[in-house]
Design a protein around this ligand. Structure first.
Ligand code: FES
Ligand SMILES: [Fe+2]
Length: 423
């Protein structure tokens, strides 16, 4: 059986019998007990993307990342040899958070030659070794080599930095990502270094916002004033809002066809889009990426015209690549059963002039507008799910990726419980 069915073959969901077609419970998005299990079963076992190598441009560059869901903070640094390393952000003397600025709970970044604790001045080099202890002679048989920073597993794929909090990860990063994601190798992520970053605390479970960005069933309704009727020509032909869905292990993909924004009926566009030559789909004038064929993993259904691919990397990371030569990443960091921190980042080939810069800013703010519309319903959904008045919800064929996300979360939690029970 083909794992990558074409629309002509019928239902997407029924091509993945393990997903079933029954109504789905959202107990996993409201239960404090399930959230506690997710910390261990998911966020301390999966590879987590924490940033890009461009955030560490030189030796000594570092950034911190607050991983509330795993109850830790980490510091990611480019060491003296140029490698990217990650450590738990805790001083080995008396447990102070090692790297922070004005506010201990806020993330920070910068460049340094060593890390110095703000409490008693212990120092660590970029490789995590303890190099200096204030009044070392007053300690008792202290061997500095026993007190380096606590490392965590760290690896880089295509410039994306991943960490893993497990003592021994169950899979290497490439094995974890699998072919659907690693087939993006060769995409010029490294050329798209102009970054626009948004973050917002959202009053909903992390999976609910992921759901909002992995189906287009809502688009004609929630984005009614923005959705062009001809948003997706091939999708209309196929009878789907998006013509291609794919599942590979715990990861998901939705690929859409697209129509060039400038070919839309002018009534469908805002005047600002014509003035800036940009909008939701990105700048109308795509950059010259200076590469030949795109990687095989892109536009897997061969949509023509192609619109975008949204790769949902388990558990909480999305790479969304637009046909117009730019990309977005989303991160959904849980902070409570009913809250998470959403990060949206847009990446462009650096503007060469003011017109290009304005086009990038237009795309970035248009994305933010859509993101606000999407997140606006989530708190309303969360509060009513918590009422438990209704406990099973029917998902349609276009919502296959939502069905898959909740199934994978349940599977990982079940697997963790089985391991704990020694089964
Ligand atoms: S806690 Fe860091 S030097 Fe004392
Ligand atoms: Fe949306």
């Amino acid at each position: 059986m083909s794992r990558w069915p074409k629309p002509a073959e019928g239902s997407w969901t029924e091509h993945y019998p393990e997903l079933g077609t029954a109504p789905v419970s959202y107990e996993d998005s409201i239960s404090p007990e399930f959230y506690e299990l997710e910390r261990e079963a998911i966020f301390k076992r999966a590879w987590l993307n924490v940033g890009r190598v461009e955030q560490l441009p030189k030796v000594g560059s570092y950034f911190t990342k607050e991983l509330d869901v795993a109850r830790t903070s980490i510091v990611v640094v480019r060491d003296a040899g140029g490698d990217v390393r990650a450590f738990h952000n805790i001083c080995r003397h008396r447990g102070n958070k090692l790297v922070w600025n004005d506010f201990p709970r806020e993330e920070t970044s910068g460049t340094c030659r060593q890390f110095t604790c703000k409490y008693h001045g212990w120092r660590y080099n970029l490789g995590g070794a303890l190099t200096f202890v204030q009044q070392e002679g007053e300690f008792f048989d202290l061997d500095k080599s026993d007190y380096g920073l606590v490392p965590l597993h760290c690896d880089v794929w295509a410039g994306f930095i991943f960490v893993n909090l497990a003592t021994t990860p169950e899979q290497s990063l490439p094995d974890f990502l699998g072919p659907m994601i690693t087939d993006l190798d060769g995409y010029p992520f490294d050329k798209m270094t102009e970054r626009f970053y948004y973050r917002a605390e959202v009053g909903a479970n992390w999976k609910l916002y992921m759901d909002a960005f992995q189906e287009f069933y809502h688009a004609p309704v929630l984005h009614a004033r923005q959705t062009p009727a001809k948003f997706s020509t091939a999708a209309q032909q196929a009878g789907f809002e998006a013509p291609h869905y794919r599942i590979d292990g715990p990861h998901r993909l939705v690929s859409t066809s697209g129509i060039a924004a400038w070919e839309l009926d002018p009534d469908m566009r805002k005047p600002m889009e014509d003035i800036t030559r940009s909008g939701l789909f990105g700048p109308w004038d795509a950059p010259d990426l200076g590469v030949g064929a795109m990687p095989v993993g892109l536009n897997p259904a061969g949509c023509d015209p192609w619109g975008l691919d949204s790769f949902q990397v388990w558990p909480n990371f999305v790479i969304l690549i637009w046909a117009q030569g730019w990309y977005l990443t989303y991160h959904y960091w849980p902070i409570a059963p009913n809250r998470h921190l959403f990060e949206g980042t847009a990446y462009f080939v650096p503007a060469r002039n003011a017109r290009e810069r304005v086009a990038h800013e237009m795309a970035a703010v248009t994305f933010k507008e859509y993101g606000l519309q999407d997140s606006n319903t989530l708190e309303a959904t969360q509060t009513m799910l918590e009422s438990r008045v209704v406990t099973a919800f029917p998902l349609n064929d276009q919502e296959i990726l939502c069905r898959h996300l909740h199934k994978v979360a349940a599977d990982w939690v079940d697997d963790y419980k089985r391991q704990g029970a020694g089964v």
